[in-house]
Design a protein around this ligand. Structure first.
Ligand SMILES: Cc1ncc(COP(=O)(O)O)c(C=O)c1O
Length: 424
């Protein structure tokens, strides 16, 4: 089927004007071509689509965040916006999440926290992962909370505080079983004591105690209760030693959605802010009250007839069964389409699901559309919320043996992020 030209703007949706974000993403703006999408869905709001785009629905971010705020009970919500908002664009998503009731932001890298501050966001921000020698003074000066799992980090934070001329706000991290960052139970009292000495010297302020789950996406897994217990013990140890943290926090998306006992003062959902479930065992996005925010789509670059028996793409890992039409889709693994999606993942083109034919290349892949009429310029939806028959990021993840986090966060910088929904 050839997508018909038509379509005014999507009613009730305002468009965020293109505004380069901290990572250089700009909204692709209107070339003024109204078109209809799969199954006649109007695409007037997206007439910036040229080669490809990841269209982000900020109202979906709002809906999902509001649901997390509701489920968090009395706990505050720290929206995790690291890795460019899991590929969705950090700044617009951070603003939408704050608008919907999140009161903290979380990032992994310090420069992500600094980019939020540079954009004028003044809520509490925790940036939790640094290597020795990073410019922590800039973070301290910007009022960004930083995490410490070991003595060297406390020493660097104290030095940063002296340089910045204000105490560093520190969250001490306990390793309760993930065995990634954090101090193990045997080392925890020493970390707390060192932090309290620096606090007494006016160089740091211990504002938070925290930890992270290993297996919260498997509700009922025995490690979960064990980690909650070890965290409670770590908090008790620190408080008995004299720590007076403002916040204690442990829960990621899965725990926020399934485990009230893990909420403490703040929860730290990431993937669910963007409307995706942490995993199939936690539940589907819809049943969790989440709305997937990203639609990854492209336009067909070339359609042509080929005879039966034609090998397709590198290595001819797909061979046409009969005379057919091939459609070339101009996104590839450099754009975040995993190479191993070849002959596996499905897309939606012309109202029908089409599996990728053969190897995904760096910049392109091919679909076999059989006898259907497809033309250059037709829209291909790789994944989206699933509401128009397109696959979801979770389906891609299931097909490729990964998690939806990896599917969305690896969309490349060559793919413009465009925004629909109310801009904050
Ligand atoms: C320390 C920490 N907290 C919270 C999160 C958010 O986790 P999720 O995206 O599963 O909600 C992450 C994500 O990896 C994390 O590393």
């Amino acid at each position: 089927m050839t997508i018909a030209a038509s379509a005014p703007g999507m009613p009730g949706q305002s468009r965020l004007q293109p505004r380069p974000d901290a990572n250089g993403h700009a909204g692709a703006e209107s070339a003024g071509r109204g078109r209809a999408g799969p199954q006649g869905r109007p695409l007037g709001e997206s007439h910036g689509l040229l080669r490809a785009e990841a269209r982000i629905d900020l109202d979906a971010v709002r809906t999902s965040t509001a649901e997390l705020v509701r489920r968090a009970g009395g706990a505050e919500v720290m929206a995790v916006v690291k890795a460019d908002g899991y590929g969705h664009g950090m700044l617009p998503c951070a603003r939408a999440a704050l608008d919907a009731g999140a009161t903290w932001l979380g990032t992994s890298a310090l420069e992500e926290g600094l980019a939020l501050r540079a954009a004028g966001i003044d809520v509490p921000i925790l940036s939790w992962l640094a290597a020795p020698g990073e410019p922590l003074a800039a973070g301290v000066a910007a009022g960004i909370d930083l995490s410490a799992s070991a003595g060297w980090m406390l020493d660097e934070l104290a030095a940063a505080a002296r340089e910045a001329g204000r105490p560093a706000r520190v969250h001490l991290k306990a390793d309760t079983g993930l065995h990634r960052a954090g101090a193990l139970p045997d080392d925890w009292p020493g970390l707390v004591a060192a932090a309290l000495r620096l606090q007494a010297a006016g160089e740091i302020e211990v504002v938070g105690l925290w930890s992270h789950f290993a297996w919260a996406d498997a509700p009922g897994h025995p490690t979960i209760a064990r980690q909650v217990q070890l965290f409670a013990e770590a908090v008790e140890t620190a408080e008995r030693a004299g720590a007076r943290p403002q916040v204690r926090h442990l829960a990621n998306s899965a725990a926020t959605l399934t485990l009230p006992a893990a909420r403490f003062d703040v929860v730290r959902p990431g993937i669910s802010v963007y409307g995706l479930s942490p995993g199939p065992e936690v539940g589907g996005a819809g049943e969790l009250g989440l709305m997937p925010a990203m639609t990854f789509r492209a336009r067909v670059a070339l359609a042509k007839r080929v005879p039966g028996g034609s090998g397709v793409s590198y290595g001819h890992r797909y061979v046409t069964a009969a005379d057919t039409t091939l459609a070339l889709v101009p996104v590839g693994y450099a754009d975040g389409v995993p190479r191993n999606a070849g002959n596996k993942a499905e897309t939606l083109l012309g109202g029908r699901r089409r599996r990728i034919a053969g190897t995904v290349c760096m910049d392109q892949f091919v679909l076999d559309v059989g006898a259907d009429r497809v033309a250059a310029g037709d829209e291909v939806v790789l994944f989206g919320p699933g509401t128009a028959g397109e696959p979801t990021a979770q389906e891609w993840a299931d097909e490729l043996g990964t998690i939806s986090y990896e599917i969305v966060s690896r969309i490349g910088t060559r793919v413009p992020r465009t925004y629909v929904g109310q801009a904050a």
